[in-house]
Design a protein around this ligand. Structure first.
Ligand code: UDP
Length: 485
């Protein structure tokens, strides 16, 4: 009988949800597993495979990136060529997209059943893909769930659902709810929850139940950052929880240029531009892969950045030209003081550049963690999803960020909320880039946490050890199964 450390014959099946904020960390997890000598199959669709290939397949022969066709528009009701959540024209297609992913179940099973192919020894599946349960069942493999959130936010949702607090939410959108069972007081408005958790109804219930029944939970975070939530969550979930992040540190810096897509502006130009700026002088602004500001809010932010007198690099999504961006920003996107990137930007490479001194972020979990890894203080500007919870973590718990003061969640195009005014934005920018004594402390803390993050992923660090434990768990699971047979 072989010992539990023979990783080379372990085969991990990774099923990422098709959205940048979920696929990118999952592809980093693939790299981490391959580094430990395990083989990995990552299933996605053709357009997404094209985005992931540059950072995966050529560098890691143990990773096989499998592209299975996504249903055509006629069957799915989605726009043609829409294979990723961030490519949806609006939230109205959300449920259709989630349901359309189920069509990957049959071809995934066919792929895995093919003769001569090693069966998976473990399935790591995104929580948004509850059908992954069938695959784990067929191959008697442990199924680990990946939520893509911080441990803090995962615990909040877990407790809200487990204590029945979500079932009680009505339509009093400004009513404040205390999240039960947290190590300290956490308050959130009904509206901030209603937008995302309860709107998908049956799907949310299925996702929750399947997630609860998983054998373990994989979290892109690290123990030193969220230890108190980890302890409570482990207890509440009643299963293993492995914190193996920040997974964005898994790739070579030279690989991060193509992370998640071809940059729209010549990527080297971003870094060249940063090279010519003073250390810590640039404000980097990005609202992630999905979020957009309304045209009036875009115009107000543009005015604020201009009047701040500081250098800034601003990444803007959306194809329309009437997005509120001032004409001069469109005509002259690159000047001494500004660089406007329209489309995809190499965010991890930008954030880790020494010229970046502050990060205006929508508080998506990946962006938040990437900001933490770069040791830059943040202006928290949450838009929707669990971003309001991440804001609390960044501002109140870690104290490496300041609020811009958004209270209400917006739609994907930034609609449905008021405009944050120029004075408020300027104050937040000033606080994060200067901010007096508190600003100095914020920057010190940000640097300290960055060091903790780096140590966590080094050999012997907490995340490294967690990954070892995860692999051992899978090995042992296999031995128990083999012995039973
Ligand atoms: N990202 C990027 N370039 C962009 C926009 C986003 O590299 O122009 C990456 C970013 O680094 C992060 C992910 O896409 O890893 C976005 O995930 P996050 O959880 O921050 O936000 P979401 O897009 O899911 O709202």
């Amino acid at each position: 009988m072989k010992g539990p450390n023979n990783h080379e014959d372990l085969h991990f099946l990774l099923l990422p949800f098709m959205a940048s904020g979920h696929m990118l960390p999952m592809s980093d997890i693939a790299v981490l597993l391959a580094r430990r000598g395990a083989s990995v199959t990552l299933i996605t669709t053709p357009l997404n495979a094209t985005r992931l290939r540059p950072t995966l397949a050529p560098h890691h022969p143990l990773i096989s990136l499998v592209a299975l066709p996504f249903p055509p528009a006629t069957d799915s009701g989605l726009p043609d060529g829409c294979e990723s959540f961030d490519a949806l024209p609006s939230r109205d297609h959300e449920l259709a997209f989630l349901r359309a992913t189920e069509s990957l179940l049959a071809p995934t099973l066919r792929h895995l059943r093919a003769r001569g192919r090693a069966p998976p020894s473990c399935v790591i599946a995104d929580a948004f893909l509850p059908w992954a349960r069938e695959i784990a069942r067929e191959f008697c493999a442990p199924r680990l769930v990946f939520h893509g959130c911080a441990c803090f936010a995962t615990l909040c949702f877990h407790n809200l659902i487990a204590h029945g607090a979500l079932a009680r939410v009505g339509h009093e959108r400004e009513r404040r709810i205390f999240v039960p069972g947290m190590p300290h007081e956490v308050e959130i408005t009904e509206e901030q929850l209603l937008v995302d958790v309860t709107r998908l109804d049956d799907f949310s219930v299925e996702m929750w139940e399947v997630g609860e029944a998983a054998d373990g939970v994989v979290v892109n975070s690290f123990e030193e950052l969220e230890r108190e939530y980890l302890d409570v969550y482990r207890e509440a979930a009643g299963k293993d929880v492995w914190m193996i992040g920040p997974v964005s540190l898994s790739n070579n810096p030279s690989n991060t240029m193509d992370r998640g897509g071809k940059a729209s502006t010549d990527e080297l130009r971003c870094l060249d531009w940063l090279d010519q700026r003073e250390p810590k002088s640039v404000i980097y602004v990005s609202f992630g892969s999905i979020g957009r500001l309304s045209p009036p809010q875009t115009a107000e932010l543009a005015r604020s950045l201009e009047s701040s007198g500081r250098n800034f690099m601003w990444v803007i999504k959306g194809n329309t030209n009437d997005n509120g961006l001032p004409e001069e920003f469109k005509e002259e996107p690159i000047t001494e003081r500004r660089m406007v990137v329209r489309g995809w930007a190499p965010q991890v490479a930008i954030l880790s550049h020494g010229a970046v001194g502050g990060f205006v972020t929508h508080c998506g979990w990946n962006s938040t963690l990437e900001g933490v890894c770069a040791g830059v203080p943040m202006v928290a500007w949450p838009l929707f999803a669990e971003q309001f919870l991440n804001e609390k973590l960044v501002v109140d718990v870690l104290r490496v960020g300041v609020r811009v003061g958004v209270e209400r969640p917006s739609g994907w195009a930034g609609e449905g909320v008021g405009v944050v005014g120029i004075e408020t934005i300027e104050r937040a920018l000033e606080d994060v880039m200067e901010g007096g004594e508190e600003g100095v402390l914020r920057r010190v803390r940000a640097r300290e946490i960055r060091e903790m993050a780096r140590k966590a992923v080094e050999i012997g660090g907490s995340s490294f050890v967690n990954m070892t434990r995860l692999i051992e768990y899978v090995s042992e699971y296999r031995y128990v199964k083999d012995d039973d047979a």
